[in-house]
Structure formats: structure tokens, C-alpha cells
Design a protein around this ligand. Structure first.
Ligand SMILES: [Fe+2]
Length: 454
């Protein structure tokens, strides 16, 4: 156990206030076609009094910026009001369904589906629905149609409107594939037997398959009694495997054994002449997430080509340390050409056993991968300008894959506060198109979405 907790310090340090600010100053010119909200979720504990604090367990706080007609109308940050968060703030909890007594202020992602804005988290709890202005409405079980908990990561098939998720829970002997229709009702669940209670943070979706990652990080009741912060540990006896579940539920999952590794995030996946291509950020050595500082860097961008006959071929796409991979959300489950990821030296330093980062001069950047040409561009932000996950916002609903903007919260060391930085995807290394200057610091966090008005 480190003498101090790095996830309560520096760029991770939680903020202590909820702020509402209108008419935000902008450097550059906000594209008039960007009308909507950029929202990002992340852990923000209400106090600093827990030396064993685990980054994955802080109460969720959503930061949002509202853009319209070339103006930045507002910034808000709001804690998700779980029962515990409401109690700590002397507020009345809104109430609602709770799965297996696992109410939690969802801290991992925020998405929009069927008119609902949902803060999501894995491992049992339900999502929390928020208002357009980030006030908590309450837990969401999709109108009573969801049996069990939900998931942090979901995959929306933009053409069908189907939202897919893989839910896991320590007390289950299976994980659950969940399909939510375009109207926001769960229309199918499929139980997939697993052993040891694996953590499944993310998965991948193609037109034919749901791709499951059953990797050797599994539930451990002993971990907690042994003083670890999270009850999921590296389990060398758990066989790593990749599963192909027919997306239409027509038959059972086909498992393919692989070498032990860890994956938090997939960039995207697609069918390719009978094979399945999955691009992902790979930790090729053991990673015990129960302590979070056991990773062996760097995490690389790799491609798995899965032959359903029983073979996975691995290619390295980029060997620099990166995480939070994203594609244009409209293309999920279909072939992508471009991908975006973040180089966050502070995160890499915080989670690696040695505390080292490969290249100290290259720690705050967003990468744009052109996977058709095998090229990468880096937009670097400079010293202390930590950048979070980058999200693509199309210029118009039907614009081409690369026709639009890439946005992220980036710390501005000169002001000691965050900027929402907006880059032109097709002129990626140029100066940002716009920087929206926010009135507060935003701690490094997890995932977000651009939610256009139309
Ligand atoms: Fe994630």
C-alpha cells in the first residue's frame, strides 16, 4: 500500500463543489453545427478520508458542456445521487429499483439512449438516469424490463438502434448479454455460463457476433479481507478466452483459448470474410486491478483477427502507451478506418508497478489512427495539460466517418482549470478549432459521449 493515494492527488484530485456557469468564454470559433451536449463521467469521492480509496470506486460525477449556435451555453458538474451520495449531502434520495442491494453512483460512462441520459457502471448496479441538465432522476431498469444489473460499456448499432451490453455480477454463474431496443426496452437477455466470476469491463460487437473477453481477472472474496481495495484479482488459473456469441441469439457462444492478458477497452470490431476483426488496447502481461498499481506497461493498440474455427491472430498496430480508444460511434460494429485514443502519462504512471512512463516528453496527447494507411497523428497538449478520452462528433448526421470534430477535456495549466478542446478531425495536428474555457478543474476520469440535439 503506498503511503499516499495517488488517485486523490494532482490531476486525479476530486473537486469539492458543484458549479453552474453560463456563457462560457471561447478561444477560436465554435462550429455552429455542433448543437448538443458533451458529457463525461468519472469518480469523484465526496471526501479525502479513505487512504485505501480505489479509483474505480469513487462516486460518479458528470461534467457537461452545452453547445448551441456557435456558443458554449453552460458548464455543469453534478454528482450522481445514489442513496449514499444523497445522504452525504443531506438530500432526499429519489428512490427507484435497486439490483441485489448494489445501489451505486454510476461513475464510468454516460450515454444517451431512447431519450434517456444514463450514467452507467458495471458489476451489478443499475444505471442512473439524469435530466438534460444533469440532475439525478433515479435508477433505471428500462421500465422494469431489465432482469439483473447493467454494464459500464454498451455498444449501439446506429442503424438498428439496438443497444447491446454484457452484465456481470459476482454472485452469478454466468454473464448476461442484454439487448435494449430503440424504444428503450430490454427485448432479449442471454445467459452465458462462466467460471470464477470474471470481470468483463468491455466487449465488442460486429454485425454477426457479440465478442466476449473472458480474461484472468476474477472475483475474490479473500481480496477484501486481505486489504485489497477491489474484489477482483489476477487469477493465473483462469483460462483466458475469447467468445463469439451469435448476435441474433441463434446458437451458443463459441470459445477460443488465448494467452493470458488483460483488456479494458475495445476500439471497435467488424466481420471480415468470415473472420472477426477486433482492435483493442492490450495489457500483454498480468494486471491485478484490485490494487490498480500492478500493470506492466505500456498498453498497446493491437488487432485480433479471430477465426471462428478456433484461432486468434494478433497484430500490433501502435506500440506507444495509450488507452480510452474510440471510433465514430455511428460506425460501431462495422468496419472503421479511423480511431482515436489518449496518451495519459499520469494514468500510466499511476497504474504501473514501477511508476514509470516510457517517454516522459510524450505524455499528454490524443492520437488519431488511420488504420487504412497505418499512420498515426498526435495532437500534443504539452506539460501538465492532461487530456482525457477523445470523442468524435460528426459535422452532420450523415457526414463521412472522418468529417467532424474530436473533443476532450484538457487541463489548462495556465488557468488551473479545464478546457473543452475541439479539434478538426481532418486537420488534427492544427491548433484547436475552439477551446471552451471552463470555470473549474476537471479530475481525470473515464468515459463520455457527444449527445447531439438531432
Ligand atoms: Fe471503460
Amino acid at each position: 500500500m503506498p503511503a499516499h493515494n495517488r488517485f486523490l492527488e494532482g490531476p486525479f484530485a476530486p473537486v469539492t463543489e458543484e458549479i453552474t456557469a453560463f456563457g462560457l468564454p471561447v478561444t477560436g470559433s465554435l462550429p455552429a453545427e455542433l448543437s448538443g451536449r458533451y458529457l463525461r463521467n468519472g469518480p469523484n469521492p465526496l471526501g479525502l478520508d479513505d487512504p485505501n480509496y480505489h479509483w474505480f470506486l469513487g462516486a460518479g460525477m458528470v461534467h457537461g458542456v452545452r453547445l448551441r449556435d456557435g456558443r458554449a451555453e453552460w458548464y455543469r458538474n453534478r454528482w450522481v445521487r445514489s442513496r449514499a451520495v444523497a445522504a452525504q449531502r443531506d438530500e432526499k434520495w429519489q428512490g427507484g429499483p435497486v439490483h441485489e442491494n448494489t445501489d451505486f453512483a454510476a461513475n464510468t460512462h454516460i450515454i444517451s439512449h431512447a431519450g434517456r441520459t444514463l450514467a452507467t457502471v458495471e458489476a451489478g448496479p443499475l444505471p442512473y438516469e439524469l435530466s438534460d441538465e444533469l440532475d439525478t432522476i433515479g435508477p433505471c431498469d428500462f421500465g422494469g424490463s431489465l432482469p439483473g444489473g447493467f454494464a459500464a460499456h454498451t455498444k449501439l448499432d446506429h442503424r438498428t438502434g439496438e443497444l447491446h451490453a454484457i452484465a456481470y455480477f459476482w454472485a452469478w454463474d454466468h454473464v448476461q448479454h442484454v439487448v435494449v431496443d430503440a424504444a428503450g426496452k430490454v427485448i432479449r437477455t442471454t445467459g452465458i455460463p462462466v467460471t470464477d466470476g470474471p470481470m468483463m469491463h468491455d466487449f465488442a460487437l460486429t454485425q454477426s457476433y457479440v465478442v466476449l473477453l473472458d480474461l484472468p481477472v476474477t472475483f475474490s472474496l479473500n481480496a477484501v479481507t486481505e486489504g485489497k481495495e477491489l474484489p477482483y484479482v489476477w487469477n493465473p488459473s483462469h483460462q483466458a478466452r475469447v467468445g463469439l456469441l451469435p448476435r441474433d441469439g441463434s446458437s451458443s457462444v463459441r470459445w477460443i483459448e488465448i494467452e493470458p492478458c488483460w483488456v479494458f477497452h475495445c476500439l471497435n470490431a467488424y466481420d471480415d470474410n468470415g473472420k472477426v476483426v477486433v482492435d483493442l488496447c492490450l495489457y500483454s502481461q498480468s494486471f491485478d486491478v484490485s490494487t490498480l498499481w500492478s500493470a506492466h506497461g505500456p498498453v498497446t493498440l493491437d488487432r485480433w483477427i479471430i477465426d471462428p474455427a478456433g484461432k486468434v491472430t494478433q497484430q500490433r498496430l501502435d506500440d506507444r502507451g495509450q488507452e480510452f480508444p474510440r471510433v465514430d460511434d455511428r460506425i460501431i460494429s462495422r468496419p472503421h478506418r479511423y480511431g482515436y485514443s489518449a496518451v495519459i502519462g499520469e494514468v500510466t504512471r499511476a497504474i504501473t508497478a514501477s511508476g514509470d512512463f516510457g517517454d516522459e516528453a510524450f505524455t499528454n496527447a490524443i492520437l488519431r489512427h488511420d488504420l487504412a494507411h497505418g499512420t498515426v497523428e498526435a495532437h500534443e497538449f504539452g506539460r501538465d495539460a492532461t487530456a482525457g478520452e477523445a470523442v468524435f462528433a460528426p459535422a452532420a448526421p450523415n457526414s463521412a466517418e472522418d468529417d467532424g470534430y474530436v473533443m476532450a477535456f484538457v487541463h489548462n495549466p495556465d488557468r488551473g482549470a479545464a478546457d473543452l478542446v475541439i479539434l478538426a478531425a481532418q486537420d488534427f495536428t492544427a491548433d484547436p478549432v475552439a477551446r471552451v474555457h471552463l470555470p473549474a478543474r476537471i479530475p481525470l476520469g473515464f468515459h463520455g459521449s457527444w449527445i447531439p440535439d438531432h
